[in-house]
Design a protein around this ligand. Structure first.
Ligand SMILES: Nc1ncnc2c1ncn2[C@@H]1O[C@H](COP(=O)(O)OP(=O)(O)O)[C@@H](O)[C@H]1O
Ligand SMILES: [Mg+2]
Length: 534
């Protein structure tokens, strides 16, 4: 009996040793192995392991707050890589180190630190760690006050944005300098919108961040959500850029956090949790969800709503979601104030707005001597481009100016040929007022359902240029001739791209579709009743 117990104990020892060996294997414990090696090699130092994403020591030093020099000698492992300039032809690029093992000397506030920077891959994931060393005297406490002070200061600096925007993609937040630079030029002056709506949107956003105390005094949570919606190409993204820019230029700059996707191998719950946890740390902040309808789906809805409505405070977070398709946005989002409280509709520009947009281009071109752009042309081009979105109008100007720059538009025959071609199109003039050229099929579907049912859908009428009176003295204007030719081509392109769109739903499909809106379901029921009574 005694022997059995003894052999059991030996077995347990062996199993335990095996387990220790298994978990102690270098492949599984690189971080710990490094830790122990560094401790052994530097018995007179405190060794503290730090996460570069939380304490960006090199970034902090590069920003001029500390001095950091890499130890020269043979003992480092880096790949020197050529980084091409962006764009390719501007500048000459640079050489950068991709470090796997390096040692640095850092001087901060008169104290000296040694930093080991180590990078490796484990379980297909990259790991990067700093080991921070500071002098240790016999009898010192386990942790180093000097290292703690450094990591605390660098940690606070790392959390803040430095001419960057936080971007969430691939399941993590990163800081994007390029995106920040790209919004710097975005100004509200260049965004043409209904003046009242523009003023309301600006006030809504700035007012939110100005009025923390008002929210508190009213005992309502200091959080808000806005939706920017409308067919593509009418200013949602440039308005977001103008907002980000204006918020970063405030006396108390407000950081912007931009969410690209909820995709994560750990699942959307992980992503959504990470997004909101970080937004709570960064608050007050602007949290942007572009293309909200593709982010909030059946799979992600409950996690998203948990974070928006949950017990944790979202104080100081202003959420803005944008969508091209308000109808396809989950009603839990689009139809429930207190999540997203206000909606701003970015419509196809009316004539006044198109005139304003032509003036915007005229102002750009006045100095260029490339074209003769008299003021009256603005009204003519605006009348001709009825139904165009801003993005299509932009394309119109860009392509017209490129044509002129290449010497096009001079040949009388070119224009005559275009005119002859269009005069053979005998279709009536169709101008679709509220529909974007590359517009929303959902809107059209809804209109279709109001029409009596037919076996085959009516063939779509081609869009043609509206008849516009052009004053005598503008008839020969080269810009106008080129613009007219390009307008016709763009209209044709719009007709062709419409033809490629998904076919309009047949009534039979609609009857199975219980996700449609309430009005549509009523129409379906009415039709079913009518048929039952036949
Ligand atoms: N309201 C507007 N005022 C001025 N330019 C506009 C406007 N809307 C769109 N544009 C032009 O069209 C381009 C595309 O617009 P964008 O804001 O990306 O559209 P959306 O996000 O609504 O699809 C912009 O970069 C800008 O040049
Ligand atoms: Mg957009």
């Amino acid at each position: 009996m005694g022997e059995q117990v003894a052999s059991c104990e030996a077995g347990q020892q062996a199993v335990f040793d095996g387990l220790k060996h298994h978990f102690g294997a270098q492949r599984l414990g690189t971080e710990l192995t490094m830790f122990e090696n560094i401790r052994k090699a530097h018995p007179d130092s405190h060794v503290t392991c730090a996460d570069p994403s939380k304490s960006d020591l090199i970034g902090y030093a590069k920003a001029g707050h500390a001095k950091m020099t890499q130890d020269t000698g043979e003992l480092f492992d880096v790949t020197r890589v050529y980084v091409a300039p962006v764009p390719r032809r501007e500048g000459s690029g640079s050489l950068r180190d991709h470090t796997r093992f390096a040692r640095w000397k850092m001087i901060w506030k008169g104290s000296e630190y040694i930093i080991y920077e180590v990078k490796w891959t484990e379980f297909m994931s990259p790991f990067r760690v700093y080991y921070v060393l500071s002098p240790r005297k016999p009898g010192d406490a386990e942790t180093s006050k000097a290292t703690d002070e450094l990591l605390f200061t660098v940690g606070a600096w790392t959390t803040e944005l430095h001419k960057e925007i936080y971007v969430f993609d691939d399941a993590h937040w990163s800081k994007d300098k390029e995106l920040f630079a790209s919004v710097q030029g975005a100004s509200w002056d260049e965004v043409i919108l209904n003046p009242q709506m523009k003023a309301n949107l600006i006030e809504d956003v700035q007012g939110f961040f100005d009025n923390k105390n008002l929210y508190k005094s009213l005992a309502v949570p200091w959080k808000r959500g806005l939706i920017l919606h409308g067919v593509p190409g009418n200013g949602k993204t440039i308005s977001l850029k103008a907002l980000i820019n204006a918020l970063s230029a405030r006396a108390d700059p407000v950081p912007s956090l931009y969410v690209k996707s909820f995709d994560a191998c750990q699942g959307p719950k992980y992503s959504i949790r990470s997004i909101f946890s970080h937004a709570r740390v960064m608050a007050p902040c602007l949290l942007i969800f572009e293309d909200l309808d593709s982010l909030v789906t059946d799979k992600t809805r409950s996690y998203f709503l948990n974070e928006v409505d949950g017990l944790e405070s979202n104080d100081g977070i202003l959420m803005i979601g944008s969508t091209n398709h308000l109808n396809s946005l989950d009603p839990a989002i689009s139809k429930r104030p207190s999540r997203f409280d206000r909606k701003y509709h970015f419509k196809i520009p009316n004539e006044e707005e198109r005139v304003a947009y032509c003036h915007f281009w005229r102002k750009k071109l006045v100095e260029s001597h490339l074209v003769d752009f008299p003021e009256e042309l603005c009204v003519v081009i605006a009348e001709l481009s009825e139904g165009f979105s801003f993005a299509y109008m932009k394309e119109l100007f860009v392509i017209a100016l490129l044509t002129i720059a290449r010497g096009g538009g001079l040949e009388e025959e070119e224009v005559q040929a275009e005119d002859a071609k269009s005069s053979t199109d005998s279709d009536p003039v169709i101008i679709e007022h509220e529909l974007a050229p590359a517009e929303n099929t959902a809107t059209r579907d809804a209109q279709k359902t109001d029409l009596p049912e037919k076996d085959a859908p009516e063939p779509k009428k081609k869009r043609t240029l509206p008849e516009v009176d052009v004053p005598e003295h503008l008839q020969d204007n080269r810009l106008l001739k080129v613009v007219k030719a390009q307008l016709k081509m763009l209209l044709e392109e719009m007709d062709n791209s419409d033809a490629d769109e998904a076919p309009v739903k047949k009534p039979a499909d609609e009857e199975n579709d219980m996700c449609g809106d309430y009005a549509q379901q009523l129409r379906i029921l009415a039709r079913q009743n009518a048929r039952a009574n036949e």
